[in-house]
Ligand binder design. Structure first.
Ligand code: NAP
Length: 486
């Protein structure tokens, strides 16, 4: 095992990455990156300004024609090399994610492998951007449809998957022939800056990828969205910020892909394999300590098995080891910041005041850092805030049902529609319920849906567009129709 402390990550890039070069902020500003396990300062990075943002756009504009004209096979090979470099440096990347985000190393390793897979998948997709040719119904001409890159793309990512949310956008954008400017979350800029270096080492030409950490996210993103050279916004983050950006993007009618918040229901029917349901619940709830848009947020369990399910889940949750993400035996790391820990506690205390019962956990442990105990609460009254908000922490509220229609109605009673989970031993029921759940994705007898080969995304206020799979690249392509007579 190597030394992966921050000081040992010798070539860690801490400046902006613009036009293939590291650069300080135009006004020399920097901001601190904190360690969620202690609250101490880890290091500082350059704080991008509006001037820097426009320099990124200029670099992208200079690089755009050549990148769009680069042979798809060549773009594919750059992405394939990026996959190989990420895989070779997986331990280092995982430690960096764990240091700045706080997540436990097994989660960080899982994220690193998942993140690298987007480069491999889109290396394979880059050569498959097929157009179509057909005869017009009148017979008078041909309809030729070409697929062309949409243009310069601004990518804005959250802190909960610092590597994967970046590669899930960069992979298809580069495959499609678009230059990108990545604005990572301010809590986790280090992994994004390392990604820029890896992509440069993989052969990405200057200007095709820029990375712009900034504490002035509103200003820098707005400036880019109002620059007519920018043609695409791909955002992953909260629905609240997504709404703001959709309005900003409206001014120049920028093409938008939005991956927003979730509020996933997890349904367990009386005929489910309960061992599998508990196992799936642990994955759906505890991956990243619950800090995932796909995290199971509300458990609806048939009354016949609810007590058994809650007890078993509570036993598994209470046996988890809390600690700094980078410690080898840690299974649950701290939450990302103080605000997150306070919010989770408020939701739990609100549910308890409304009559819920704590089966396990239910408090912030008495130690430095932003930890929350893995928690199971039962008897949560309908209408409680904890059922309407993304918890984003290791807390499982369990409710009961007796009727399939009621379970579906409760599951759909949210403005979100990212993912739902269903456990049942009856496949016909599973498919019937899956069809009626208003969500972009369903885990049927599975607690994990994320897969680079599948279209990830939500309905309702969980977003617009899909990332991953074949669909993911279409978000970076425009169809151009040529009417041809020959
Ligand atoms: P967030 O507060 O919405 O921030 C996301 C990104 O937007 C960050 O880079 C942030 O920068 C930036 N930002 C904030 N305000 C902005 C503004 N006014 N203009 C432009 N950019 C702005 O979300 P988060 O707390 O980082 O992430 C958690 C959220 O992401 C949850 O709601 C989760 O469900 C969602 N998420 C969704 C998916 C999905 O695929 N659907 C995946 C992962 C996470 P700063 O950090 O500098 O504020």
């Amino acid at each position: 095992m190597g030394d992966f402390s921050l000081s040992a990550l010798a070539d860690l890039p801490l400046d902006l990455w613009i036009g293939g070069r590291a650069a300080p902020a135009s006004d020399g500003g920097r901001f601190d990156v904190l360690d969620p396990a202690t609250g101490d300062v880890l290091t500082s990075v350059a704080d991008g300004t509006v001037e820097d943002a426009l320099a990124c756009v200029a670099a992208a504009e200079a690089a755009a024609p050549a990148w769009a004209a680069t042979a798809p096979r060549e773009r594919a090979e750059v992405l394939r090399r990026a996959f190989e470099l990420m895989t070779a440096r997986a331990d280092e990347i995982a430690h960096l994610i764990s240091l700045e985000n706080g997540k436990a190393l097994p989660d960080a390793r899982g994220e690193t492998a998942y993140a690298a897979e987007f480069f491999r998948w889109y290396a394979e997709e880059a050569v498959r951007a097929a157009g179509t040719v057909m005869t017009a119904p009148s017979g008078a001409n041909r309809i030729v449809v070409l697929q062309q890159p949409v243009g310069i793309a601004v990518l804005v990512t959250p802190w909960n998957f610092p590597a994967a949310m970046a590669t899930r956008k960069i992979g298809p954008a580069l495959a499609a022939g678009c230059p990108v400017i990545l604005k990572p979350a301010s809590d986790t800029p280090l992994t994004a800056l390392l990604m820029a270096r890896i992509l440069a080492d993989a052969g990405v030409p200057e200007g095709v990828v820029s990375v712009l950490p900034s504490r002035s996210s509103g200003k820098v993103v707005s400036a880019m969205l109002h620059d007519p050279r920018v043609r695409k916004l791909s955002f992953t983050g909260s629905t609240e910020v997504g709404r703001v950006l959709l309005k900003e993007a409206a001014d120049q009618v920028v093409n938008c892909s939005m991956e927003l918040g979730g509020n996933a229901p997890f349904l367990v029917f009386e005929d489910a394999d309960l061992d599998a349901a508990v196992e799936g619940a642990m994955v759906a709830k505890m991956r990243n300590a619950g800090e995932a848009c796909t995290a199971a947020n509300r458990f609806y369990v048939h009354a016949d098995v609810a007590e058994d399910f809650s007890q078993r889940l509570a036993e598994r949750m209470s046996a988890l080891t809390l600690g700094p993400g980078t410690d080898d035996d840690t299974q649950v790391g701290p939450l990302v910041n103080e605000e997150a820990a306070v919010k989770v506690d408020e939701l739990v205390q609100g549910a308890v005041s409304a009559g819920a019962r704590v089966v396990t956990g239910g408090r912030r442990p008495d130690r430095p850092g932003w930890y929350y105990e893995p928690t199971v609460v039962t008897g949560v009254p309908l209408g409680s805030e904890i059922l309407g908000e993304e918890i984003f922490g290791p807390v499982a509220p369990v409710l009961t049902f007796t009727d399939e229609d009621d379970a579906i109605a409760m599951a759909n009673d949210t403005e979100f529609g990212l993912v739902s989970y269903v456990y049942t031993g009856d496949l016909a029921r599973g498919l019937r319920v899956s069809e009626r759940l208003d969500a972009g994705m369903v885990g049927l007898n599975r607690g994990l849906v994320s897969d680079p080969a599948a279209p990830f995304g939500g309905t309702k206020q969980s977003g617009i567009g899909r990332e991953g799979g074949h669909e993911g690249m279409l978000d970076y392509l425009e169809s151009k129709y040529v009417a041809v007579t020959w």
